[in-house]
Ligand binder design. Structure first.
Ligand code: CAO
Length: 254
């Protein structure tokens, strides 16, 4: 009998060659080489997309109190604080409650490695392409510390690029398109991590409050997970834990 690691590749995974088309036959074109980062990211993205069975779970978090809390903390600390550092701390809380999300499949494919540390990657859009700097030991840092580090890392990523040590060791990633727009998307998992949280733009939602209607600030969540490691119920629980942590921003700021 064939051993698991000697199993031949499924014939269903054989891909046809990439279309080789002279686009100029259809109209004027301009050709530019892809940047080094874009080339690297595209091959890693393609590997992750075809080799990880992705499922994206959608939910939303009530961030009505967060909006006030972060403005107050910005004033008292003198550091500009967007929702993102709170999301990092809420991710740590959810990872602690759901350790499967802080695991990786090892290179043999036979073991799950459960990490006892909390390093959170943040997708940063740069002119050269997508980079994911990592906030190491996010559990031990305050919200203003995370905000300051994130501002420094994203500035460095956009102007000079990042050394490998600033992008390694991530346990879980967050991709925020909240400052731009959108209601939901499917983020691609950053292997060997097993999940990534996409967040879209906060919107106001009318909610019943007894006989009255109260408007709440809702943050859309799109959690992509590796279905080899994580099941749908785990993902639903993770989002509930994440949203509960965000609903108490003062506890996250301690
Ligand atoms: N809803 C509404 N507004 C939001 C928000 C959300 N979910 N998230 C951030 N904002 C607001 C911020 O509060 C800020 O507004 P104020 O100045 O009024 O406070 C504004 O949007 C700009 O925020 P920012 O982008 O400067 O900062 P950030 O901490 O939210 O994000 C960074 C930092 C580096 C993640 C971001 O600049 C970035 O690069 N985002 C793109 C990531 C990306 O491309 N992901 C896709 C990867 S897959 O291709």
């Amino acid at each position: 009998m064939t051993k698991p690691d000697e199993t031949p590749t499924s014939p269903l995974l054989k891909l046809p060659a990439w279309p080789n088309i002279d686009f100029s036959q259809f109209g004027p074109v301009d050709m530019k080489p892809m940047s080094r980062i874009q080339t690297l990211v595209s091959s890693v993205m393609a590997r992750n997309w075809v080799s990880i069975p992705h499922v994206t779970h959608h939910d939303e978090a009530d961030v009505s109190t967060l909006t006030t809390a972060r403005r107050e903390l910005s004033e008292s600390s003198g550091v500009k604080i967007t929702p993102l550092p709170y999301l990092v701390k809420a991710a740590v809380a959810a990872l602690k409650a759901q350790p499967k999300f802080n695991a990786s499949i090892d290179a043999t494919g036979r073991n799950l490695v459960y990490k006892q540390y909390f390093h959170i990657g943040i997708a940063v859009d740069t002119p050269a392409g997508l980079l994911v700097p990592v906030i190491h030991d996010a559990d031990k840092k305050s919200i203003p510390e995370i905000a300051t580090e994130l501002a420094e890392l994203s500035e460095m990523a956009r102007t000079k690029g990042l050394p490998m040590d600033k992008m390694s060791g991530g346990c879980f990633s967050i991709s925020s398109l909240g400052s731009i727009g959108g209601t939901a998307f499917t983020p691609i998992i950053n292997a060997p991590e097993v999940a990534i949280l996409g967040v879209s733009k906060t919107y106001e939602k009318p909610c019943r409050n007894g006989e009255a209607i109260a408007w709440k600030d809702m943050l859309p969540l799109s959690l992509s997970y590796d279905h080899r490691v994580i099941n749908g119920a785990d993902a639903a629980r993770f989002c509930v834990d994440f949203a509960e942590a965000l609903a108490e921003p003062e506890s996250l700021a301690k």
